[in-house]
Ligand binder design. Structure first.
Ligand code: GLC
Length: 741
């Protein structure tokens, strides 16, 4: 048995002497006094294990680096056995025995996979989103994982970009609220508990606004746009206590975000006071060389550490060059000390110095994953995340007594794509519940007809005939179509937003063969799609995103009315890709198109399509109907120190109990910089039994109306504000209040 490292006894003594005092600073300082410069640099180095691949393969000798104390963290390393072996190597074969940190991309679940994050956001259910994160943390931590590279909080109005699937959509307010929910769910109340793990706000910053929607592409924007739109969700994670950040791949206004002192030191550290550590994205420090910002890998290391990136993911540059840069006085040793201290602090907070094996428990690993309550929550979230985009002829809900229903499409029996991209250790080989399996809970075999009709990316129509024949035999038709999971997520941008392959043609043929039958289209996709053709061909469209491990069950619950759909879009669906970027809160311009005359000359519009989207942000139908009435304001004007209450009655006027997401929007009519035509400033998800009415009340203060002006001063300006409480962003304001100086 190897002798225990000298550090272990010192830290053990510290812990027993000081008990479990939270004074980690002193412990970190005493540890750092024992460390060589190379060992401090070692803490800033992260390489990948072999349990998953999330970027280009790069040769590393992990065991050697661990023994030398030249690696402080690993990504893609998991399982009780795997992490125990690695931790043992660090504890017993390195000089100081500093525990390793294990990180992984647990983005929307670890084993139990929830809907993709764009889908989760459509639930507008902060409590359920937090619960999904808690479950993900339970499952991941049971397999030795201490840290997850989530939440991804990139605002995006760019549906061509594949990673729009990983975020919470286009809106700042909603994105910020959801970001906080994820951090709370992942980190819990006490990081020293073995079922709580470090969260990581990524990708800092503005990664969601790539030119032409192409992943990793250039980002240019004014500081006002950066501060009013792309920074707030990151600030929200800091306010929620996030322990780590991840810098991004993209450049921002000419400076790569992994070498950007303005965003990393001036804003994140200086303005926000963030005290956690920043990890680069996968080789994003080296990539400053192809960016044309770093001369070589030594220069890249210098730029990264000087900008404030504390840990180098997969880059080799910190491990190989930081010591030389300190010796040449091109990098201050203080920066190395800061980075090392932040990383060690995180390990102390996790309790890894009290017990490096605290996340390693075979019994817990065997009994945590796929707990029935986890799967049930995944089923509920699959239903709650789905959005009923249209429902002509009340095609939905389906009746269990329908004589026969034809289920057609490449995703009817899918158990592989249904869990979406970034699905961690989700099972793609039979664990997930397909739509076909889900509907089998509601229909007898003799009621179900099936044909695949085509594959997702087929170019031919060889299977059309069978599908058309099957459709003609049925009383109702359900098409389950969409994208493959690989068509969104990282490095998966598309120039077209159409449903891929020959699926659109199959939809048209099915309609042609069944002119009067009710046809429902269930969509699985990772981005807003151009459904301009489909809206006229089918009666109902149910957007289920990639609904996860229990996706087929949750989708069936909605199709048959066991769950009344309540999801609302958090991204705008354009009429076509030519409208992009299009989002609900754009500016009015000096030549807005008048509603009364959409064809008026010399206005800001297109000659081929209207300015309006196909489906609005906030849109989502229910099987019931909700009436909004009697908007009341507590006063016509408020001062800067006063609050305004705005209330409305919402009545469930239909035949189904259900949830409704009531949304509060304002519009700052005149300001020192132009303001968006609408801004979401609040929402409440309420449950109403049929016939029930609730008075929904919002409170607004001047603080809710702040924005960065042209001098980058964050403040509020007096003036007239329009206000509305509505079911979606598709409305016209009818009320105002005045904010008085
Ligand atoms: C990837 C992604 C990032 C992920 C990281 C580690 O390239 O950009 O989101 O967390 O590398 O897998």
């Amino acid at each position: 048995m190897k002798t225990r490292s000298v550090f272990f006894y010192i830290s053990f003594a510290l812990v027993t002497v000081s008990g479990f005092a939270q004074n980690y600073e002193a412990k970190v300082d005493s540890l750092m006094n024992l460390m060589t410069l190379q060992e401090k640099i070692g803490q800033t180095v992260m390489y990948s294990g072999h349990w998953d691949q999330t970027g280009p393969i790069i040769g590393t000798d992990n065991d050697k680096y661990i023994r030398e104390g030249h690696m402080g963290a690993m990504l893609n390393a998991m399982s009780v056995k795997g992490t125990r072996d690695l931790q043992k190597l660090a504890m017993e074969e390195s000089r100081l025995g500093i525990p390793l940190l294990f990180g992984y991309d647990v983005i929307h679940g670890h084993r139990t996979i929830f809907p993709i994050n764009l889908g989760l956001s459509a639930s507008w259910d902060l409590k359920m989103i937090e619960e999904s994160a808690r479950i993900a943390a339970e499952e991941a931590s049971a397999e030795g994982i201490h840290w997850k590279f989530a939440p991804m909080v990139d605002i995006s109005r760019e549906p061509r970009w594949g990673r729009i699937s990983e975020g919470a959509g286009e809106d700042v307010y909603l994105g910020s609220e959801i970001a906080k929910a994820y951090v709370k769910g992942f980190q819990g109340e006490d990081l020293s508990q073995p079922n709580t793990i470090l969260a990581c706000a990524k990708h800092y910053v503005a990664y969601g606004a790539p030119q032409a929607g192409r992943d990793y592409h250039t980002v240019n924007m004014g500081e006002g746009e950066l501060r009013n739109v792309y920074l707030p969700p990151f600030k929200a994670t800091v306010d929620a206590g996030v322990e780590t950040f991840m810098s991004a791949f993209n450049e921002l206004n000419g400076i790569p975000t992994s070498g950007n002192q303005f965003t990393l030191r001036d804003i994140l550290r200086g303005e926000w006071g963030f005290e956690g550590f920043v990890v680069s994205d996968y080789t994003s420090i080296n990539e400053m060389i192809p960016h044309g910002f770093a001369k070589d890998s030594i220069d890249a290391a210098r730029l990264g550490i000087n900008a404030g990136v504390d840990m180098d993911m997969m880059g080799h540059v910190y491990r190989l060059h930081l010591e030389q840069l300190v010796e040449e006085e091109k990098v201050s040793e203080a920066y190395i000390n800061d980075a090392c201290r932040r990383i060690l602090l995180a390990k102390f907070k996790l309790g890894l110095f009290d017990d490096p094996y605290r996340y390693i428990n075979k019994e817990r690993e065997n009994t945590t994953k796929y707990k029935p309550e986890f799967l049930q929550k995944a089923r509920e979230l699959a239903a709650a995340s789905s959005v009923l985009l249209q429902n002509k002829q009340q095609a939905l809900p389906l009746s269990k007594n329908t004589k026969s229903i034809a289920f057609i499409g490449p995703l009817v029996k899918d158990e592989y794509d249904i869990i979406g991209n970034w699905a961690a250790k989700g099972d793609r080989n039979g664990k997930a519940v397909s739509v076909f399996e889900g509907i089998s809970e509601y229909l007898k075999p003799e009621q179900i007809l099936y044909a695949k009709g085509c594959d997702i990316l087929d170019t031919g129509d060889s299977e059309f005939a069978e599908a058309i024949s099957v459709s003609k035999k049925a009383d109702a038709i359900v098409l389950v179509m969409g994208e493959g999971h690989h068509m969104s997520g990282e490095a998966a941008s598309r120039t077209s937003l159409k449903i891929p392959g020959v699926q659109p043609e199959l939809i048209a043929k099915i309609r042609e063969a069944n002119p009067n039958k009710k046809i429902t289209l269930v969509l699985m996709n990772g981005r807003p799609l151009n459904l301009s053709s489909e809206v006229a061909l089918v009666d109902a469209i149910l957007e289920v995103w990639f609904p996860g491990t229990m996706g087929g069950a949750g989708t069936a619950d909605v199709l048959f009315g066991a769950y009344n759909p309540s999801g609302k879009l958090t991204v705008t669906f354009p009429r076509n890709v030519g409208q992009v970027p299009i989002y609900y809160n754009m500016k009015n311009t000096g030549r807005p198109i008048p509603e009364s005359n959409p064809k008026e000359d010399y206005k800001s519009n297109y000659i081929d399509v209207p300015n309006t989207p196909l489906f609005y942000f906030g849109h989502g139908l229910s099987y019931t109907s909700f009436e909004y009435s009697d908007l009341e304001l507590s006063s016509e004007s408020i001062g800067f120190s006063e609050t305004l209450t705005a209330s409305v009655n919402v009545t469930n006027s239909g035949n189904y109990d259900g949830y409704e997401v009531v949304q509060l929007y304002i519009h700052d009519k005149v300001a020192s910089v132009t303001r968006p035509v609408k801004e979401l400033k609040g929402f409440q998800k309420i449950f109403l039994k049929k016939g029930e009415t609730k008075d929904v009340v919002f409170t607004i203060s001047a603080a809710d109306l702040k924005f960065y002006n042209h001098k980058m001063i964050y403040g509020v300006e007096p003036g007239v504000f329009e206000i509305a409480i509505t079911p979606s962003s598709d409305f016209k304001f009818e009320n105002t209040f005045t904010l008085k100086d």
